[in-house]
Write a protein that binds this ligand. Structure first.
Ligand code: PGA
Length: 268
C-alpha cells in the first residue's frame, strides 16, 4: 500500500447515512424518523435515511424542515416506461429523496447488479439531482486471495466510466467490505483507511486530483456506536453507511454524534 493519504479537503463534510434495507412498517418508520430528527443537532454531520420505497413520503414528511435527508436504496436507470416493479430517479426525487444508494453489495449479489448497471444508475441519479452513494467492496474470498485492490479498482472505474470530473462532483463512495456487512465483523480502522486511501488515490489518478481530494468516502460494514469514533479518527473516512444500527434510534443518534469524540477533531 502506498504511504500517506491524499490531502483532506474542507469540502468533505462528514456524512452519516442509515440504510434501513427491507425493514419497518410505516408506523415504525415514522417513529424512528422522528427520533432521529430530534437527536440530530444543528452542527452535526450530514445525515440521510435511506428507506424502502414505500416509506419515502412518510419519512420525508417526518424530517421536513430538519437537516435530515431522505434517500432511496436503489433506482432504475430509465426515466420511465414499462419496467414493472422499478422506480426511477425522478420518482425518487419527486417523493422527497435527495440521495440514493447505488450498487449495494446485496443488490450485486442477490439481484444481478453489475458495474455496468451501476454506471447507468449513477447517470440517472445525477440527472435527477440526487446525491449518489456508490457502494464498492470486496468479498472475503477476494480479500483472502489478495484481490481487494483489484476488485475495488474495477468497481470504481466501472461506476465512473464516461463521466467528467465536474459531473462527479457530488458523488459519494461507500467502501463496504462484503465480509463486514451484517456480520458484526467491522474492518479495523487501519484496514478501512487503507482501502479508502486506495480509492482516493485511484480517483486522483484515473479521473481528477481535485475531485478525489473533495470526494466523500464512507465506510460501511457493522458500524456501531462503539466503533464509530475510532473509524472516524482515520483521515480518509468521511462518514459511514450504517445498516443494522440505523434501525435503533439511540445507537444511530450516537453514531451521528461522533463529533463529540476525538474523531471529529481532525475536521475542525
Ligand atoms: P451493517 O450494513 O451496518 O448492518 O453491516 C451496512 C450496509 O449494508 O450498508
Amino acid at each position: 500500500m502506498e504511504d500517506s493519504a491524499v490531502m483532506t479537503s474542507p469540502l468533505r463534510k462528514p456524512f452519516i447515512a442509515g440504510n434501513w434495507k427491507m425493514h419497518l412498517t410505516l408506523a415504525e418508520s415514522l417513529a424512528l424518523a422522528k427520533e432521529v430528527r430530534s437527536g440530530c443537532g444543528q452542527n452535526g454531520p450530514d445525515v440521510a435515511l435511506c428507506v424502502p420505497f414505500t416509506a419515502i413520503t412518510v419519512v420525508a414528511g417526518a424530517v421536513q424542515g430538519s437537516s435530515v435527508l431522505v434517500g432511496g436504496q436503489d433506482l432504475h436507470w430509465e426515466a420511465q416506461g414499462a419496467f414493472t416493479g422499478e422506480v426511477s430517479a425522478r420518482q425518487l426525487a419527486d417523493a422527497g429523496c435527495r440521495t440514493v444508494v447505488i450498487g449495494h453489495s446485496e443488490r450485486r449479489r442477490c439481484f444481478g447488479e453489475t458495474d455496468e448497471t451501476v454506471n447507468k444508475k449513477l447517470k440517472a441519479a445525477l440527472g435527477a439531482g440526487l446525491v449518489p452513494i456508490v457502494c464498492v467492496g470486496e468479498t472475503l474470498d477476494e480479500r483472502e486471495a489478495q484481490k481487494t485492490y483489484r476488485v475495488i479498482e474495477t468497481q470504481v472505474r466501472g461506476a465512473f466510466a464516461g463521466f467528467s470530473p465536474a459531473e462527479l462532483g457530488t458523488v459519494v463512495v461507500a467502501y463496504e467490505p462484503v465480509w463486514a456487512i451484517g456480520t458484526g465483523k467491522t474492518a479495523a480502522p487501519a484496514q478501512a483507511q487503507d482501502s479508502h486511501t486506495f480509492i482516493r488515490k485511484l480517483v486522483a489518478r484515473a479521473i481528477d486530483e481535485k475531485l478525489a481530494a473533495g470526494m466523500r468516502i464512507l465506510y460501511g460494514g457493522s458500524v456501531k456506536a462503539d466503533n464509530i469514533d475510532s473509524l472516524m479518527a482515520e483521515p480518509d473516512l468521511d462518514g459511514a453507511l450504517v445498516g443494522g444500527e440505523s434501525l435503533k434510534a439511540a445507537n444511530f443518534v450516537r453514531i451521528i454524534q461522533f463529533k463529540t469524540q476525538a474523531g471529529m477533531e481532525r475536521k475542525a
